[in-house]
Design a protein around this ligand. Structure first.
Ligand code: FES
Length: 120
Protein backbone atom coordinates (compact mmCIF):
# COMPACT_ATOMS: atom_id res chain seq x y z
CA UNK A 1 0.00 0.00 0.00
CA UNK A 2 1.41 3.36 -1.03
CA UNK A 3 1.42 6.40 1.28
CA UNK A 4 -0.60 9.48 0.35
CA UNK A 5 2.69 11.29 -0.42
CA UNK A 6 3.74 8.58 -2.88
CA UNK A 7 0.34 8.74 -4.58
CA UNK A 8 0.51 12.55 -4.85
CA UNK A 9 3.96 12.44 -6.46
CA UNK A 10 3.01 9.58 -8.77
CA UNK A 11 -0.19 11.23 -9.97
CA UNK A 12 1.32 14.70 -10.29
CA UNK A 13 5.11 14.35 -10.47
CA UNK A 14 7.40 17.41 -10.26
CA UNK A 15 10.37 18.14 -12.53
CA UNK A 16 9.62 15.62 -15.27
CA UNK A 17 11.55 16.09 -18.51
CA UNK A 18 15.05 16.79 -19.81
CA UNK A 19 17.43 19.76 -19.80
CA UNK A 20 19.02 20.00 -23.24
CA UNK A 21 21.84 22.19 -21.88
CA UNK A 22 22.45 20.13 -18.71
CA UNK A 23 25.73 20.58 -16.81
CA UNK A 24 25.51 17.03 -15.49
CA UNK A 25 23.57 13.91 -16.51
CA UNK A 26 23.18 10.72 -14.51
CA UNK A 27 21.59 7.57 -15.88
CA UNK A 28 21.17 4.36 -13.91
CA UNK A 29 19.57 0.97 -14.41
CA UNK A 30 18.28 -0.74 -11.30
CA UNK A 31 20.00 -4.13 -11.04
CA UNK A 32 16.99 -5.60 -9.21
CA UNK A 33 14.32 -4.89 -11.83
CA UNK A 34 15.87 -3.26 -14.91
CA UNK A 35 14.00 0.02 -14.42
CA UNK A 36 15.86 3.16 -15.52
CA UNK A 37 16.16 6.78 -14.43
CA UNK A 38 18.02 9.76 -15.86
CA UNK A 39 18.57 13.01 -13.95
CA UNK A 40 19.64 16.27 -15.60
CA UNK A 41 21.23 19.15 -13.64
CA UNK A 42 21.88 22.82 -14.24
CA UNK A 43 24.45 24.09 -11.77
CA UNK A 44 25.50 27.63 -10.82
CA UNK A 45 27.62 28.72 -7.85
CA UNK A 46 27.82 25.06 -6.78
CA UNK A 47 24.03 24.98 -6.38
CA UNK A 48 21.43 22.99 -8.33
CA UNK A 49 19.60 25.73 -10.19
CA UNK A 50 17.39 23.37 -12.18
CA UNK A 51 16.79 19.63 -12.25
CA UNK A 52 14.65 17.25 -14.31
CA UNK A 53 14.19 13.51 -14.42
CA UNK A 54 12.89 10.82 -16.76
CA UNK A 55 12.18 7.24 -15.81
CA UNK A 56 11.13 3.97 -17.32
CA UNK A 57 9.96 2.70 -13.98
CA UNK A 58 7.14 1.81 -11.66
CA UNK A 59 4.81 4.16 -9.76
CA UNK A 60 7.25 4.25 -6.83
CA UNK A 61 10.13 5.14 -9.18
CA UNK A 62 8.13 8.07 -10.55
CA UNK A 63 7.37 9.26 -7.01
CA UNK A 64 11.05 8.83 -6.07
CA UNK A 65 12.21 10.88 -9.06
CA UNK A 66 9.71 13.60 -8.21
CA UNK A 67 10.62 13.82 -4.54
CA UNK A 68 14.40 13.53 -5.01
CA UNK A 69 14.41 16.39 -7.49
CA UNK A 70 12.25 18.49 -5.16
CA UNK A 71 14.56 17.74 -2.21
CA UNK A 72 17.66 19.13 -3.96
CA UNK A 73 16.35 21.85 -6.26
CA UNK A 74 18.00 25.14 -5.27
CA UNK A 75 20.28 23.35 -2.80
CA UNK A 76 24.09 23.14 -2.66
CA UNK A 77 25.77 20.20 -4.42
CA UNK A 78 27.39 19.27 -1.11
CA UNK A 79 23.93 18.88 0.44
CA UNK A 80 22.57 16.96 -2.56
CA UNK A 81 25.46 14.48 -2.49
CA UNK A 82 24.48 13.44 1.03
CA UNK A 83 20.84 12.51 0.26
CA UNK A 84 20.31 8.84 1.12
CA UNK A 85 17.70 6.24 0.23
CA UNK A 86 16.47 6.49 3.82
CA UNK A 87 15.96 10.28 3.40
CA UNK A 88 13.91 9.68 0.26
CA UNK A 89 11.82 6.92 1.82
CA UNK A 90 11.14 9.08 4.88
CA UNK A 91 10.13 12.06 2.73
CA UNK A 92 7.73 9.80 0.82
CA UNK A 93 6.11 8.67 4.07
CA UNK A 94 7.52 5.17 3.58
CA UNK A 95 7.56 2.65 0.73
CA UNK A 96 6.19 -0.90 0.69
CA UNK A 97 8.88 -3.49 1.45
CA UNK A 98 9.01 -4.73 -2.15
CA UNK A 99 9.45 -1.13 -3.40
CA UNK A 100 12.31 -0.08 -1.13
CA UNK A 101 14.75 -0.74 -3.98
CA UNK A 102 13.00 1.91 -6.10
CA UNK A 103 14.58 4.62 -3.94
CA UNK A 104 17.99 3.41 -5.17
CA UNK A 105 17.18 4.73 -8.66
CA UNK A 106 16.69 8.36 -7.62
CA UNK A 107 19.60 8.57 -5.20
CA UNK A 108 22.05 6.97 -7.60
CA UNK A 109 20.90 8.88 -10.68
CA UNK A 110 21.38 12.08 -8.66
CA UNK A 111 24.86 11.07 -7.48
CA UNK A 112 25.86 10.09 -11.00
CA UNK A 113 24.63 13.44 -12.38
CA UNK A 114 26.61 15.33 -9.72
CA UNK A 115 29.73 13.28 -10.48
CA UNK A 116 29.24 13.90 -14.21
CA UNK A 117 29.15 17.65 -13.50
CA UNK A 118 32.26 17.44 -11.30
CA UNK A 119 34.13 15.38 -13.92
CA UNK A 120 33.54 17.87 -16.73
FE1 FES B 1 12.05 -1.32 -10.05
FE2 FES B 1 10.31 0.25 -8.92
S1 FES B 1 10.03 -1.84 -9.42
S2 FES B 1 12.24 0.78 -9.66
Amino acid sequence: MYSDRVKEHFINPCNVGELSDADGIGEVVNPECGDMMTIYLKVADECIKDIKFKTFGCAAAIAVGSVVTEMVKGKALEHAKKITQEDVIETLGGLPENKIHCSWLGVNALRRAINDYLDR
